[in-house]
Design a protein around this ligand. Structure first.
Ligand SMILES: [Mg+2]
Length: 403
């Protein structure tokens, strides 16, 4: 069974969040779905997919590892960790979908079978910078999310650009947290903690924004909140800097959404610099690579918790690995997007009790509802809707649900 085409599909049913799905076609009519969404540069990924298409068209769709290795090594001058690993991810996920459909089995069955009956989730409330109100609003959202059945929540409580007077131009800079903004982040988390009780699982995301001194001060100030983890406290390139945070903050640490392929994780895991990792299946190298990274973490008794802030094909792919991964913490989701996912994929994920349950269908277990997806097709560079007169009501919103 040969690969005959690689087709990007960029759709934006939630304003501001264009998802890049990829359909891989074969000469036997079976096709697979993948995803490698990057909200900022989907256009470049579409062109990258076009660039690798001539390499993968004609290859055996069943030889997933051969396709993976071929793309990784043929384009290694672009560095396989990052841009190329995004492209590989989309193809790899689609090929696993194809294999599952051909063999009539869920992907997790092909990876060794389920080790659990459901995949527990964690979700989000608003971040400080989402301008959705102060600590009281965050606490209220946390209460509602807990009432909805979720057992773990993440938020970014840190005000951005702590010191505008220093002339920083935006989040591209290494940010500094002022004492005032550390105090505000503590107020935010104290309000949330008071609302959900002492045993509810909370995580804090710093989005890889801060310098080492800020990260250490903020981490120490949050120690009393009893967090599952502090995520990406500093920029991600320097492991020695991460070690300094590690040695000076008494909180579990997590990294991963900015790390790609097993090679990015080897040193971090071997040197025990974090307590959790969160690779993104649509960026790290797909289902094949997420499985390998998880096994590396298992060696160190470290749990994985796949990053997931993209479209529903990505969460479907991560789910398949989570079902068969022993050292899982939880899979990330944004539960406020589920009403939109329900229109984009069929069948919708079986979400209950803060978890996704398997539906037993072959491959990824979901298909795209193309009638709906096509209404919201966008130009990947400009994000302009292409089918405005086809019933696109643009009623969807990416805003947090607050009530
Ligand atoms: Mg994050």
């Amino acid at each position: 069974m040969k690969i005959t085409d690689v087709r990007p599909i960029v759709t934006m049913p939630i304003e501001g969040l264009p998802w890049l799905f990829v359909q891989v076609d074969t000469d036997e009519g079976v096709f697979g779905l993948g995803e490698c969404t990057d909200y900022a540069v989907n256009g470049h990924l579409v062109r990258g997919l076009e660039a690798i298409k001539s390499t993968v068209v004609g290859m055996d769709a069943g030889q997933i590892e051969n396709v993976w290795q071929t793309i990784f090594h043929r384009f290694d001058d672009l560095n396989g960790r990052g841009y190329v690993s995004h492209l590989i991810s989309a193809i790899d996920i689609a090929l696993w979908d194809i294999k599952g459909k051909v063999l009539g089995a869920p992907i997790y069955d092909l990876l060794g079978g389920a080790v659990r009956d459901r995949v527990p989730l964690y979700t989000h409330i608003q971040d400080y910078n989402s301008e959705a109100g102060g600590p009281e609003a965050a606490a209220k959202a946390a209460r509602k999310t807990k009432a909805d059945g979720y057992q773990a929540i993440k938020t970014d409580p840190f005000p951005t650009q702590s010191d505008p007077s220093a002339g920083f131009s935006g989040p591209a800079e290494v940010e500094r947290l002022t004492p005032e903004n550390i105090r505000k982040s503590v107020e935010w988390m104290d309000a949330v903690r008071a609302e959900v009780g002492p045993d509810f699982e909370l995580m804090v995301d710093a989005h890889a924004r801060f310098d080492v001194a800020s990260a250490i001060e903020a981490g120490r100030a949050l120690e009393h909140v009893n967090l599952i983890w502090l995520e990406e406290p500093i920029h991600v390139e320097n492991h020695n800097a991460l070690r300094q945070v590690r040695e000076n903050v008494n909180l579990p640490l997590c990294i991963g959404e900015r790390h790609f392929t097993r090679w990015d994780y080897t040193e971090i895991l071997a040197n025990r610099l974090v307590d959790y990792i969160m690779p993104d299946v649509a960026w790290c190298g797909g289902i094949s690579e997420l499985r390998r990274i998880a096994a590396q973490a298992e060696v160190q008794y470290i749990r994985i918790s796949p990053h997931d802030a993209l479209g529903p094909i990505s969460i479907a792919a991560g789910f398949q690995v989570c079902m068969t991964t022993p050292n899982l913490y939880r899979q990330e989701c944004l539960h406020t997007w589920f009403p939109t996912f329900e229109k984009v994929v069929t069948p919708m994920f079986d979400v209950r009790e803060g978890a996704i349950f398997p539906n037993g269908r072959p491959g990824l277990g979901v298909d795209l509802n193309m009638d709906y997806v096509e209404k919201y097709l966008v130009n990947p560079d400009t994000r302009e809707y292409l089918n405005l007169d086809s019933g696109n009501d643009q009623d969807a919103t990416g805003q947090w649900i607050q009530d």
